[in-house]
Design a protein around this ligand. Structure first.
Ligand SMILES: [Zn+2]
Length: 714
């Protein structure tokens, strides 16, 4: 098959968006008659390529081989600032033109990366103010990448200037289909900048947010420790001081740092929209909802979300933490990232800009994917809503900090273990058909991810081991075990599409969110939450009412006391509705006093033995469940699964551990993706006869899914 031209890609995407009644993005709207070529659309399947690191004599061969692999596109140039602007204001795009031309000749569309993640040495030498200052007050040094301050005006001006020169040179180049702004914003050696430019930027941002110092002082409670500000210029950044910073200031600083990075991106976006109106524009970040930057804000104005996916890192991380390898753990981590990536733009398709294809890492290697795993991860992306996948990377660098980061070609340009597997996968996906690729991921459950909660808990965890991300991940793991389809939503999102909404560690609660939860429950939904509920206002002040603050009526309980758990362990005994062995309490116990709710579990130890640990309240035609104890993983999974059942969630198929089942729908048609994340064959019972789209075979009664195998059933 030939690769799509930009117009064909846009045409396909147009069909995708309209089929799903989605907002048509700018890059589709900008092309007249895009609707006339919907049949030409196909999934983007490409590779991350570095012509800047590859002898020019090899570009032709590389492009021919990529075309032979069936690739439709590459992403290039995102770290090539030094080659494009060898000295200030002197631009060299000849090499990039030649690379784009050769790739285009082989029907490979180009996504151009703007290079602001890696300023060249001339820039660092001339403008040393651009370096980030970390949380210890130390200024980073050049020599790596991503060592810059997002607020620095010179860095922003020069980043915009090089991107604008690229846009000017390539706006009419038919080989270019879109743009990636920067690369993995905030994911450097330091996650926050605390320099003087950021302090000034923070003070300006606060002026806009609060208008007056009176409002700011009230919101933060600055009378404490005599911190009342009489001029915005007095407001510090939360660097080391004698004692902890004001929690309101610290939370606002997290918000500001996210804003600074988003506005840095939007400067380039505004320019690209103006200069390249028919190109799509995105940026890439990790899919997991890390709290270094608010991805919902980051992707809000971009055409689609794009994430990087390295499953081997989960394996490496578990080994580093002394945890046993877990197929479910790895699969769950990837799924959470994909579900978040799809959800940040309200269910729109996303792209995997970097997909692990070999051993990956800078100073150490993540594991080599087993035979079948790269294909499996590709289908997992598609199952969760990906419309494009770029494998990282084409050839493997023999120099630089990522020499260990294996691509599709090895260091000696021999083919990697995944080469043929990727070629086969690309062929299969192109044959799969648009109907499946353009169908919609089906979710009846939602998991709330709230940046404010993540930041506020990090500032004042309450228990040294309490971490928002860990809570969200373990709840996602517990819910996904029930295979129901999950969106990962913002705290103030519309809850009406869901039967059940989970919100672990909802520590910060806005009035708007509380009202939406109340209305959701009254209307028949089930809301499930846990300890530390509604403790804080959005200004990070503790509420003046009994806990759980704004949700007392909805939950039908008052928190009589809250107790962090260290050596004095506690446990809970479940009522028949949640029948199971006694559960252990890990980090925390909220002691619940029902004011209308029924008790589903009680504490068994300590001075609160016999008091309520889990409750369920009926409000209108819905239910609200409060899990006061930090339950062990098995108990949590059982409880959340039982509650899902009570909420009317039906599993499409019963599957053994390590097998994932995901559903996509279009009208009255549905497709079930069966993904075996284990190395051994697994048998899955099926209630009716299914046809496998990948093989054309029909299956009745049961289906044996081979190790790392994939089935797309209809
Ligand atoms: Zn800074």
């Amino acid at each position: 098959m030939t690769s799509p031209t930009r117009r064909e890609f846009i045409g396909g995407a147009f069909a995708l968006m309209t089929a799903e009644s989605m907002r048509l993005p700018l890059w589709a709207r900008a092309v007249p008659n895009a609707a006339s070529t919907p049949s030409a659309g196909q999934i983007l399947l490409g590779v991350d390529y570095y012509p800047d690191q590859t002898p020019e004599a090899l570009w032709e061969e590389d492009s021919r081989m990529m075309s032979d692999m069936g690739f439709t596109n590459v992403r290039i140039a995102e770290f090539a600032w030094g080659l494009m602007e060898p000295s200030e204001g002197k631009f060299e795009f000849g090499w990039l033109h030649r690379a784009v031309e050769i790739l285009h000749k082989h029907n490979i569309g180009v996504i151009l990366g703007t290079p602001s993640a890696a300023p060249p040495p001339w820039l660092s030498a001339k403008y040393p103010d651009i370096f980030e200052v970390n949380a210890q007050g130390q200024r980073l040094r050049p020599g790596g990448r991503r060592f810059t301050c997002p607020s620095n005006p010179v860095y922003r001006k020069l980043s915009l200037a090089i991107a604008a020169q690229m846009a000017k040179k390539f706006t009419d180049n038919t080989g270019v289909i879109g743009w990636q702004i920067d690369n993995e914003l905030t994911l450097g050696s330091s996650l926050r900048c605390y320099c003087n430019f950021c302090q000034a930027g923070f003070q300006n941002w606060l002026r806009t947010r609060y208008s007056t110092l009176d409002t700011l002082n009230q919101s933060w409670g600055t009378v404490f420790w005599s911190q009342t500000y009489t001029d915005f210029s007095q407001i510090p950044v939360p660097l080391l001081s004698g004692g902890d910073p004001n929690p309101g200031l610290a939370l606002d600083y997290d918000r500001y740092q996210s804003y600074a990075n988003v506005s840095f991106t939007e400067e380039q976006l505004t320019m690209l929209r103006q200069m390249c109106p028919t190109h799509f524009v995105t940026t890439n970040n990790v899919g997991l909802p890390l709290d270094t930057i608010d991805l919902r804000s980051l992707f809000a104005k971009l055409d689609f979300a794009a994430i990087d996916n390295y499953p081997g890192f989960f394996d490496m991380l578990m080994a580093q933490q002394g945890k046993p390898p877990s197929y479910d753990g790895i699969a769950t981590g990837i799924s959470l990232g994909h579900d978040f990536a799809r959800s940040v733009k309200g269910g729109e398709p996303f792209m995997i800009m970097e997909e692990q294809s070999g051993k990956a890492g800078q100073s150490t290697f993540a594991p080599q994917p087993e035979t079948g795993q790269v294909r499996l991860w590709t289908y997992q992306g598609v199952a969760h809503g990906a419309m494009g996948i770029n494998y990282f990377r084409w050839d493997t660098a023999t120099f630089g900090a990522e020499e260990y980061w294996h691509g599709i070609l090895n260091h000696d340009r021999s083919k990697s273990p995944a080469y043929e597997e990727i070629r086969q996968t690309v062929k299969e996906l192109k044959a799969l058909g648009q109907e499946v690729l353009y169908s919609q991921y089906a979710a009846q459950s939602a998991l709330v991810f709230d940046y404010d909660c993540s930041w506020a808990v990090k500032i004042q965890p309450g228990h040294y081991a309490l971490d928002y991300m860990t809570q969200v991940t373990s709840w996602y793991g517990a819910i996904s075990a029930s295979r129901t389809g999950i969106d990962v939503i913002a705290p103030e999102a519309d809850l009406s599409p869901y039967k059940i909404v989970f919100a672990p560690l909802a520590y910060v609660m806005s009035e708007k969110q509380a009202a939406k939860i109340k209305s959701f429950v009254q209307g028949g939904g089930m809301f499930v939450t846990n300890f530390r509920l509604g403790v804080k206002t959005v200004s990070s002040q503790i509420v003046r009412t009994p806990l759980p603050g704004l949700l007392r009526d909805v939950m039908g309980v008052t928190v009589a006391d809250y107790i962090p758990i260290y050596s004095a362990k506690n446990a809970v005994k479940f009522a028949p509705a949640l029948a199971g062995p006694d559960g252990e309490c890990g980090l925390w116990t909220d002691i619940l006093q029902p004011t209308g709710a029924e008790v589903l579990a009680s504490y068994t130890k300590g001075s609160h033995a016999g008091e309520a640990a889990i409750t369920i309240n009926t409000l209108g035609s819905g239910k609200a469940v409060y899990i006061g104890a930090d339950l062990d993983a098995a108990s949590l999974a059982r409880v959340l699964r039982t509650l899902s059942g009570l909420a009317g969630i039906k599993q499409p198929l019963e599957v053994p551990p390590g097998v994932e089942v995901t559903m996509r729908r279009a009208g009255d048609k549905q497709w079930i993706f069966l993904l075996n994340h284990t190395a051994v064959s697994q048998s899955v019972s099926i209630p009716k006869t299914f046809t496998d789209l990948l093989t054309g075979k029909t299956h009745t009664g049961k289906i044996d899914v081979s190790g790392y195998g994939v089935h797309v059933l209809t």
